[in-house]
Design a protein around this ligand. Structure first.
Ligand code: SF4
Length: 114
């Protein structure tokens, strides 16, 4: 028996997968999809900061515009450690396109004018 907590919404349903692969404990379709993805290809969103050259701030908050494979998170974080952005930056500007071939972009989550 494998157990997991659904992280799709704050309800946090306790999902179980038995020896035959039967999934139970979810209370909506999104929970079932989450459990199926966790069993095959777990994915996560990344929110972090990258180095910023601007007059006032030194870090720019960024996020992925979708979920990336969990196994690539460490590699993506290493890549982002070497990213330097120069202001001005607009909210949702693409900072890294198609990061590590995932078809997901790293985007800015804040506007920095100068
Ligand atoms: S199964 Fe549905 S209701 Fe339960 S935590 Fe997941 S998304 Fe929320």
């Amino acid at each position: 028996m494998k157990e997991m907590i659904c992280i799709v919404c704050p309800k946090g349903c306790h999902i179980k997968v038995d020896e035959n692969g039967v999934i139970s404990g979810y209370t909506c379709k999104r929970g079932l999809e989450y459990a199926q993805n966790e069993l095959t290809c777990p994915k996560r969103n990344i929110s972090t900061t990258v180095k910023l050259i601007s007059k006032k701030l030194t870090r720019l908050p960024v996020t992925t515009n979708g979920d990336v494979p969990k196994e690539k998170i460490f590699e993506i974080m290493e890549l982002l450690n070497n990213v330097v952005v120069k202001a001005p930056v607009n909210l949702y500007d693409i900072i890294v396109k198609n990061v590590l071939g995932t078809n997901i972009d790293i985007i800015a989550t804040r506007t920095i004018k100068e």
